[in-house]
Design a protein around this ligand. Structure first.
Ligand code: MG
Ligand code: MG
Length: 251
């Protein structure tokens, strides 16, 4: 229980960081600037930016615009009206990790892209609903996949959600596609990062030579939402929240 309290603190610092970033996202701002803001904010609040140096990653945030799926490296290139921006943030504090992401709109985006963001976020909550004692990991995966494919979207296979705690990535893996009733049984005390990565077009992706950037193969926009979820008394409890983002965006 003390461990859960500390994990929630790490997750909540990520949530607050994303809320701070939400207020700064607009045309003309560079993703490198957003990265610097997040780095300083996390440090000022007693945490360590967990992605910085992890597997050799050069920055504090993974920022993936448009067709970039995840693991995008912040750049000195200004955002443009109509871009979408997936921002993934990790914090290490008091021995525990938080890892949580949101896809933002830059100014006014096209209706079809807006829909992609909405459906991907819905699928995250459909997955979370299945994260209850006695169900299996495949039930989470299947709920996400079913909801996104119903809308004709491509659910990325090569990248998955994961267990989380004293290390950033631990068992079990939580794919965003799969069969109901498959995989490990969900038990009390499980903590997982559930994170659908969904393309407007094909589910296929391309891994780039920089060793990080992943894009949709057909270059259609890609969305990513992630929450940290604990199973307590049989039920899913969110350790992270989008509350600060919604406050910043006035939604
Ligand atoms: Mg993440
Ligand atoms: Mg993650």
């Amino acid at each position: 229980i003390e461990e859960l309290r500390l994990m929630r603190e790490s997750a909540q610092l990520v949530s607050k960081t994303l809320g701070m970033i939400a207020a700064e996202i607009k045309p003309g701002v560079t993703t490198l600037h957003l990265d610097k803001l997040a780095h300083d904010f996390i440090k000022d609040h007693g945490g360590e930016p967990a992605f910085l140096g992890m597997y050799g990653f050069p920055n504090s945030l993974c920022i993936s615009p448009n067709e970039e799926v995840v693991h995008g490296i912040p750049k000195d290139i200004p955002l443009e009206e109509g871009d979408i921006l997936s921002v993934d943030c990790g914090v290490y504090m008091n021995g525990f990790y938080g890892d949580h992401a949101y896809s933002f709109e830059v100014g006014e985006v096209s209706p079809e892209t807006k829909k992609l963001l909405q459906v991907t976020k819905e699928s995250l909550y459909k997955g979370i609903e299945q994260c209850v004692r006695g169900k299996r990991i495949g039930d989470i995966s299947n709920a996400i996949q079913t909801h996104c494919e119903k809308h004709g979207y491509g659910v990325v296979r090569e990248l998955v959600g994961h267990g989380l705690g004293r290390t950033m990535h631990e068992d079990p893996q939580v794919p965003n596609y799969g069969r109901k009733g498959s995989g490990k049984v969900i038990k009390d005390g499980l903590v997982v990062a559930i994170e659908p990565m969904v393309n407007l077009g094909t589910h296929q992706v391309k891994f780039h030579k920089d060793g990080w950037t992943v894009t949709s193969l057909d270059k259609t926009p890609s969305a990513h939402f992630e929450h940290d979820v604990a199973v307590i008394n049989g039920k899913p409890v969110l350790l992270s929240t989008f509350k600060y983002i919604y406050e910043a965006l006035g939604i």
